[in-house]
Write a protein that binds this ligand. Sequence first.
Ligand code: NAD
Length: 430
Amino acid sequence: MSVNAVVNEMTKEQQKEQESLNLFYSTQTVIQKALAKLGYQNEMFDLLKEPLRLLTVRIPVRMDDGSVKVFTGYRSQHNDAVGPTKGGVRFHPEVNEEEVKALSIWMSLKCGITNLPYGGGKGGIICDPRKMSFRELERLSRGYVRAISQIVGPTKDIPAPDVYTNSQIMAWMMDEYSRLREFDSPGFITGKPIVLGGSQGRETATARGVTICIEEAVKKKGIELQGARVVIQGFGNAGSYLAKFMHDAGAKVIAVSDVYGGVHDPNGLDIDYLLDRRDSFGTFSQLFKETITNKELLELECDILVPAAISNQITAENAANIKAAIVVEAANGPTTLEATNILTERGVLLVPDILASAGGVTVSYFEWVQNNQGYYWTEEEVAEKLKKVMVDSFEKIYRTAQEYQVDMRLAAYMTGIRKMAEAAQFRGWV
Ligand code: NAD
């Protein structure tokens, strides 16, 4: 690698770390506001502003060429006052400590909003799974479980899939944990293949949750979903299933994108065609000659905009140009706090990430319950239970926003933090 390339690489990592730090600080800012609105003293903020536990591990992995590579991984447990912690494991070259910490706090908030008996956790490994073989990924997944095994378990901290991890990786991790403990432990991890105790409906859960939020949001805005123009940034697990559900509900999905760019048709896209063409990383746009940039996509004329890719997409720079009446955050942290204020002032209904993307952890909880009781539900039962949780959560936050005259994000934080604060108080921690 040339010196310039090294410098560019470092700059990219540093930029990402700075971004994660900003996300972490803005999360703390909103938590502080939420606790103050709920009447808590500063001590409670001091407890909840940081994870209780953060483990950094080094994982040696024998690569296919015989060499050994040592990977760095993390597991963050935000707060276990309510119950065991829960949250995904991310495999990505840009994973860093601040990001894992912030994501674990968001998991706590999501569990609080949906009233699950968990606190938030999150894990990650700095690696690029796109450049690793199947067997290398298996050895890395098993090594990670061995490294964190002391602090995780079905009643301690329950991992799940996240960016670039899937049901196969969950299966390896479950198998490794079961071998270490010497008994079958399906409840150790969620997002498993169905034959190993996975839940029906887990794969589509996040997109279903987002769909339910959209259904509730259009009612509040007096917009008919049938024929509504929808724009979705990102065409991976969350974005692609969402496009399908929106299409099936009669909405017009007029633009979708991946990391390279997007496609746009004001008359509505052929979603089934795009689903057929996308690869396992959610990319498809390189197959098209005429594409638009992700920046252009966000500013398209539409009724509903769903950022379903990465963080920091709607900022103070473009918030005034967003034309949608409703923005539903399927991705984690796609809108900055400044942009949230701009959108709210302009009367845009913003459904925040910790509510909109809570379908995934909710069905993960259903999976854990089914594993613990050894009795499995049908897809219809899962969908019905998820609908109830999401509709109740949306209503709770919408009402809180009205009652306290705050934006939906602050209302979501207030709803999410309340249960944890009460639990910590009853336990005598504060
Ligand atoms: P994914 O990896 O399956 O897909 C990501 C999509 O975003 C791909 O289409 C990719 O090409 C695109 N993308 C990547 N970088 C981009 C960029 N710079 N600009 C535009 N598009 C880009 O991921 P996913 O599981 O669909 O998750 C998407 C978002 O939703 C993430 O923020 C994730 O944290 C959040 N989320 C996902 C789940 C879930 O269950 N999948 C649950 C909660 C939150």
